[in-house]
Design a protein around this ligand. Structure first.
Ligand SMILES: Cc1cc2nc3c(=O)[nH]c(=O)nc-3n(C[C@H](O)[C@H](O)[C@H](O)COP(=O)(O)OP(=O)(O)OC[C@H]3O[C@@H](n4cnc5c(N)ncnc54)[C@H](O)[C@@H]3O)c2cc1C
Length: 446
C-alpha cells in the first residue's frame, strides 16, 4: 500500500487549496471527495466573496478583469484574481461577478430599515460562481499531479501515533478499501465526519441546528440584484429573518429567497407564509420558482485546538458554523505550511492553531455572547422592532456583510438614543437591559 505524505478528506475550497499549496511544496498528496462532480453545487451556498475589511481576520480584494456590462455585472469568462491582503495568497477565478452595494434589514411591516452601504456605493461583496471556482481549483490540483479520488467517502480514520501515521477507511460505490498517510487534513466541511471518528468533536458544545431552503425565483417585483435584504418581524413568519439576495451565476435577474427553519418550523411552510401572507407578498404575485436548494447546518462551538496527533481539521470542519470560502482558502494555505513543517519534525500544527485562533472571530469567547441582531425575533414584539428600527431613520451605516459586525453597528446606532428609549419606551429598555447577559444558545433555542 503506498503511503502518502498527506491525505485530504473533502474537495471544498479548504481541501482543494490545501492540496494545491501542499503539492507545490513537493508533498505527495491524495485528495478524497465523496461527490462525483464538484462543479455542481449540491449543498446550498449563497456564493458571495465578502470584501469587508478584516472579515474573518482577513481583508479579501478582487482584481476584476473586465468592466461592468450594461446589466451592471462582470460578464462570464472574465479572469479575476481573488487576493488575501493579510496572508498574501492569490487565486484566479474565471467567471461572472455581481456587485452587492446595499444591505437593508427591514423592520416589521416594512416601515423602517437599517441600511448598510458605502457612500460611493462600492461593493462590499461579489456574488460569484462557487461551483465554477471549485472546478478551476480542481483543474490545478490535477495539473500538479495530486491523486484525486472522487465518489469516495472516508468514514473513519485510525491514528497510530506520530511516526506511524494513519489508516483511512474509505468506501467507493459500495467497495471498501484502506489507505495510509503520514498526515491527514480533515476538510469535510460542517459534517466533520472524520474528526468525529477520531473523537475530536467530543468537547464541542452543540448549540442548535437549522434547516435552510433557498428558492431562485424569476419575476420578483422590486428585486434588485445589487441588494441583500433581511426581514425582521413575526409578520414575515419566522424567528430567523427571511433573506433575499442575488440569484445564481447566469441568472442574476432571479432573486434568491432564503428561509431558515428547524424541524418544528420547516422552511417550506415559512416560504408559503413569507411569499403569500407577509407584508412582502405583493412582490411574489407574478414570481416563479426556477430552482430550489437546501442544506442543514449545525452550530457547534469551534475547535479551539483543531489538531490531534497527525490530524489537522480545517475550514468548516473545525468552525462555529462557517469559515466562508475565503476563510477556508486561508485555512488551506496555512495547512500546507503546517504540514511541511510537521513532516520535517517541527511544530507546524501548533503554529496553525495560533493563526486559527487569532484570525477567526468565533474563537473569541466574547463572540459567544449573544449577537444582539440574531436575538431580535421573537424577543422583541413586531411593534417594538418597528420602534427600534425607527431610531435608524436617515442613518446609513458602513457597507457591512458580517453577521458579527452588522448587528453591533446597528445596536451602536440605537444606543445613541438610550435616554430617549428609557423615557419613551421603558418596556423596550427593560428588554435591552435584560438581553445583555443572554447566551447564544439561549437565543437560538427560543
Ligand atoms: C446557507 C449558507 C450560505 C452560505 N453563503 C456563503 C457565502 O455567501 N459566501 C461564502 O464564502 N461562504 C458561504 N457559506 C459557507 C461556505 O459554504 C463554507 O464556509 C465553505 O464552503 C467551507 O469550505 P470547506 O472546504 O471547509 O467545506 P465544504 O465547502 O463544506 O467542503 C467539504 C467537502 O467535503 C466533502 N465531504 C464531506 N464529508 C466527506 C467524507 N466523509 N469523505 C469525503 N468527502 C467528504 C463534501 O462533499 C464537500 O465537497 C454559506 C454556507 C451556508 C450553509
Amino acid at each position: 500500500m503506498s503511503v502518502y505524505d498527506v491525505a485530504i478528506v473533502g474537495a471544498g475550497p479548504g481541501g482543494l487549496y490545501t492540496a494545491i499549496c501542499a503539492a507545490k511544496k513537493g508533498l505527495k498528496v491524495v485528495l478524497i471527495e465523496k461527490r462525483k462532480d464538484i462543479s455542481k453545487l449540491t449543498r446550498y451556498c449563497s456564493e458571495h466573496i465578502i470584501l469587508e475589511e478584516m472579515y474573518n481576520g482577513d481583508t479579501i480584494t478582487v482584481d476584476v478583469g473586465a468592466k461592468l456590462n450594461s446589466k451592471g455585472e462582470v460578464p462570464q469568462g472574465t479572469k479575476n484574481i481573488i487576493k488575501s491582503t493579510n496572508f498574501g495568497w492569490e487565486v484566479e477565478y474565471v467567471g461572472p461577478l455581481c456587485p452587492v452595494r446595499d444591505k437593508y434589514y427591514y423592520s416589521a411591516k416594512l416601515e423602517h430599515n437599517a441600511h448598510y452601504a458605502w457612500p460611493d456605493r462600492h461593493p462590499f461583496a461579489w456574488k460569484y460562481d462557487k461551483a465554477g471556482l471549485l472546478q478551476q481549483l480542481l483543474n490545478q490540483v490535477l495539473a500538479l499531479g495530486v491523486e484525486y479520488i472522487p465518489e469516495t467517502t472516508c468514514y473513519e480514520a485510525r491514528d497510530s501515533g506520530k511516526s506511524e501515521g494513519l489508516l483511512l477507511k474509505c468506501v467507493s460505490k459500495g467497495k471498501r478499501f484502506q489507505m495510509q498517510a503520514k498526515k491527514l487534513v480533515e476538510a469535510s466541511g460542517a459534517s466533520a465526519q472524520v474528526a468525529q471518528s477520531l473523537g475530536m468533536n467530543e468537547d464541542r458544545i452543540y448549540f442548535a441546528s437549522a434547516l435552510t431552503r433557498a428558492y431562485y425565483m424569476s419575476g420578483v417585483k422590486g428585486y434588485n440584484p445589487a441588494e441583500w435584504c433581511g426581514y425582521w418581524g413575526l409578520c414575515y413568519g419566522s424567528n430567523f429573518a427571511p433573506l433575499m439576495g442575488t440569484g445564481p451565476a447566469g441568472h442574476y435577474d432571479w432573486a434568491d429567497v432564503i428561509l431558515i427553519g428547524h424541524p418544528a418550523q420547516m422552511p417550506g411552510e415559512l416560504f408559503e407564509h413569507f411569499t403569500k401572507k407577509s407584508p412582502v407578498a405583493y412582490m411574489f404575485e407574478n414570481a416563479k420558482i426556477e430552482r430550489e436548494h437546501s442544506c442543514a447546518t449545525k452550530a457547534y462551538a469551534p475547535m479551539k485546538v483543531p489538531y490531534k496527533g497527525n490530524v489537522l481539521a480545517i475550514g468548516d470542519a473545525a468552525a462555529f458554523v462557517e469559515t466562508q470560502m475565503q476563510g477556508a482558502l486561508n485555512c488551506g494555505f496555512w495547512a500546507a505550511d503546517a504540514l511541511e513543517k510537521e513532516l520535517d519534525g517541527k511544530p507546524g500544527f501548533d503554529e496553525y492553531t495560533k493563526t486559527w485562533q487569532e484570525t477567526f472571530e468565533f474563537n473569541d469567547d466574547g463572540m459567544m455572547q449573544v449577537q444582539s441582531g440574531y436575538a431580535l425575533i421573537p424577543y422583541y414584539t413586531d411593534e417594538q422592532v418597528v420602534y427600534l428600527f425607527s431610531l435608524l431613520d436617515g442613518v446609513t451605516m458602513d457597507g457591512s456583510w458580517s453577521q458579527y459586525a452588522s448587528p453591533r453597528m446597528m445596536w451602536k446606532e440605537i444606543h445613541k438614543h438610550d435616554e430617549r428609549i428609557q423615557q419613551e419606551r421603558p418596556d423596550v429598555w427593560e428588554k435591552i437591559v435584560n438581553q445583555q447577559g443572554k447566551t447564544l444558545s439561549d437565543s437560538m433555542s427560543q
